[in-house]
Design a protein around this ligand. Structure first.
Ligand code: ZN
Length: 164
């Protein structure tokens, strides 16, 4: 069974032509419906945050990317774990290490809450490489939560609109 035949968002099998087109344009294989979904979302959510979403998906994590129309905030939701990740523009750590530590503390402080919100800083998402590191850190943080992550990521990296 080849993963290439499945959409990275809905996991449904899709016809090869759509997936190939999507992969060459967006860097990730998507069915026609989810290509449209992405095109609608790109003007609303920060492209770097969308890249974070696809990094979670490439590790098999059951996440949804949602835009709250009232607040304009985009969130990566992990519904089974009651967790969401959001980009906090006021979160300006001096270094990545310090920032990751701050995120870890924020997660611990919310221990026991029904809905846990995990902040990430823009600096966590600067490049594709740093974003992959951020996902590894978050998966490490969320170990034991019902999020179904695979150890081995699929080889897809979302291409930002500026990289196409
Ligand atoms: Zn799809």
């Amino acid at each position: 069974m080849s993963e290439n035949r499945n959409c990275l968002v809905c996991s449904q099998a899709a016809s090869g032509g759509f997936l190939e087109f999507s992969q060459s344009k967006f860097g990730v294989p998507l069915c026609l419906k989810d290509q449209q979904w992405l095109v609608d979302l790109e003007p609303i959510c920060e492209p770097e945050f969308i890249r974070l979403f696809f990094e979670f998906r490439s590790r098999g994590v059951k996440v949804a990317l949602e835009n709250d129309k009232a607040s304009g905030i985009c969130r990566i939701r992990m519904p089974m774990a009651g967790i969401s990740v959001f980009l906090d523009n006021r979160f300006l750590p001096k270094s990545l290490q310090e920032g990751f530590l701050e995120t870890r503390k924020s997660y611990s402080r919310q221990n026991g809450k029904v809905e846990v919100e995990i902040p990430v800083a823009e600096a966590f998402l600067n490049t594709a490489r740093i974003t992959k590191r951020t996902v590894e850190l978050l998966l490490d943080l969320l170990e034991g939560e019902p999020i179904e992550a695979n150890k081995k990521p699929l080889p897809y990296t979302y291409r930002l609109p500026s990289e196409r």
